[in-house]
Design a protein around this ligand. Sequence first.
Ligand code: MTE
Ligand code: HPA
Ligand code: MOS
Length: 769
Amino acid sequence: MNAPGKFLDAGAEAPAPAMAAPLPHESARAHVAGSATYIDDIPEIKGTLHAAPILSTVAHGRLRGVDTRAAEAMPGVRGVLLARDLPADPLLATFAHDEPIFALDTVEHIGQVVGLVLADTTMQARRAARAVKLDIEELAPILTAREAVAAQSFVLPTVTVRRGEPERALAAAQHTLSGELEVGGQEHFYLEGQVAYAMPLEQNQLRVHSSTQHPAEAQHWIAHALGWPSSSVVVECRRMGGGFGGKETQSGHMAVWASLAAVKFGRAVKLHLDRDDDFLVTGKRHPFSYDYTVGFDDSGLVTGLKLTMAANCGFSADLSGPVCDRAVFHADNAYFLSDVEIVSHRCKTNVQSQTAFRGFGGPQGMIVTEAILSDIARHLGLDPLDVRKRNLYGTTQRNVTHYRMRVEDNILHPLIAQLEASSDYRARRGEIARWNAKSPVIKRGLALTPVKFGISFTATFFNQAGALVHVYTDGSVQVNHGGTEMGQGLNTKVAQIVADELGVPFSRVRVTAADTGKVPNASATAASSGTDLNGRAAQFAARRVRERLAQFVADKQGCRPEQVVFANGHARAPDAHMAWEQLVDDAFKSRIQLWSDGFYKTPKIHYDKATLTGRPFFYFAYGAACTEVAIDTLTGESRVLKVDILHDVGRSINPAIDLGQIEGGFVQGMGWLTTEQLVWTGKGALATHAPSTYKIPTAGDVPEHFRIALWPEANPEDNVGGSKAVGEPPFMLAISVWEALRDAAASARGGAVRMDAPATAESVLKSLA
Ligand code: MTE
Ligand code: HPA
Ligand code: MOS
């Protein structure tokens, strides 16, 4: 196995080529020194007003009146902004066009924004926002997906994907099992909360600093809300302090609200949500409810499956369509389902509008199938790993997904075998059984689960990107691309790619803030495809500059352009050799264009939206994790003891960053399935809206034994540098934690285990009842 290399010191000169080197994040030093600029660090323009949202206190009701008199009389308050002040469409320009900018005549969840208070300071605005009185006639709320299905309350129509004859397969099956499962949502808990800073410019233009994964969408929403052309609005994002999907669309609300206020008051306006308000206002991972019946034979082979997944989407569609589609696309995880029906309900409820979160429905699709496979194993008295292996996609047959895509790149057979050996799975299985037999209170559990995650945006048109590469006359290089930096290291990887394309040292390349005025119409940085898309676009842009320089050298030297090689800060022709800086200066003086654009679109992908069939993904990223846990059967408390991971990032562009993504993704997934619990009261109030009650993993929760290795093969598809996307897939490796907890519970009680997620102490105890 390939252990990720030693990290390079942030001060060290990078090796050449830069790709494949474990370089530190381009902002690593600035992050820890506190000199990296986040939006709240931008010096404020004189006269800046601060905004705070007025929130609905009722989950569902008719909004009869808003009394702002007391709030407007409070110190520092400069005014309010309500639905009546909206200059154009009162609805946001979302895909479904179903979400008001400010609540109109109804409120649909506790925390829905009714308007803003503007004041000289943030605290003045926040205090005054609480003094606004809302007159609301309460209506009955719908809070859970199951209630919504009963009431036929949906944000989007139900989607069904079918193959074969599941009813007949179930009727003919040697065994069947039926069950239900509840899996909770997840708050993003980005360290930098949602924030936007809108600055009016001359002649009805705006510059908006937004902490967003999707500057182009924010621009589009702002322009639509103002009734302006997009060309009058520039949205910029240097970096986010984390996004995790929570700033794919949700950040757009802040940007729109701040922009509307900036235009109404003719002042710069900053809107930074208080953490509790961030919990109450913005969407989270979708909670899912499942019902299933599975048929299987004596060997554990699944012969038929009927699965209903009901997603709690909250009050509007937001990204629920593509999230639920991805859940459908990942309900197979790594397994061939011959006769299957998957029904996906997109439920409308009176809670926050749930949104993208790392994995984007993939985790919710996979977890139920993993649960079903280990249920089958326990039912038959087999090892869950053997049942998993029995059902894996084949390489030459049994290799077409339920959505009719051929799985051509499956490496899970050797990958699982390798992890099974390196983690000593079989021996530990026996050891744990012996240990459990002697331990009445503490029980240990083990699970090895795979991941197969489809890479590409499911909406095909999103799979495009642009970039600009500027070479200045001193030889330094500036790159701009449509992607955004949220800590994942996108800008570092793009700089590595461009450095190698031009044959210059990594330190010569600087990547600048995402800016809608530079690369327009960019897709969200999401679906893990930031490097695949923007890295390739930047590579193409750099290539065009290099090709012009090669032609310039060839013309002077009387050779062919292909004979000119760029490496180590030099260009070499058969009979000449010159420093990059000299060449660039000469070329400039000969009027050679030293900058270029680049554009990339992902090849091969297509699918039919109506039937969800085709090839939605360019390739799959694979991995597997083996996790050992212990539970206390008296209290339900648990600990993750050991984790071994073997993960496929293709040929790594940066093993240090990829390792960080695998660790971070895994631990975030562990949080989702163990401690992070969203509790809504019977009235629809989110009770866990602060770190005091909502528990994300801490450094102390990271297992002491946490070994990660990278699969050594390159991506067989022609992806940038032979790499594979890494941002989301490792998140789902954490399903092994939850499966290990269920394994431990099975040792304690025998028989079937129902353990709803998150597996808090309460949920573990319940599973033992
Ligand atoms: N890593 C950090 N540090 N911070 C983040 O917000 N977001 C994740 C992942 N890794 C995130 C992260 C999510 S949800 C996605 S889709 C990808 O990064 C997006 O970036 P990429 O496409 O460049 O990998
Ligand atoms: N993943 C992440 N974000 C998205 C997607 C997707 O597949 N589609 C639209 N936004
Ligand atoms: Mo990630 S959920 O695709 O932003």
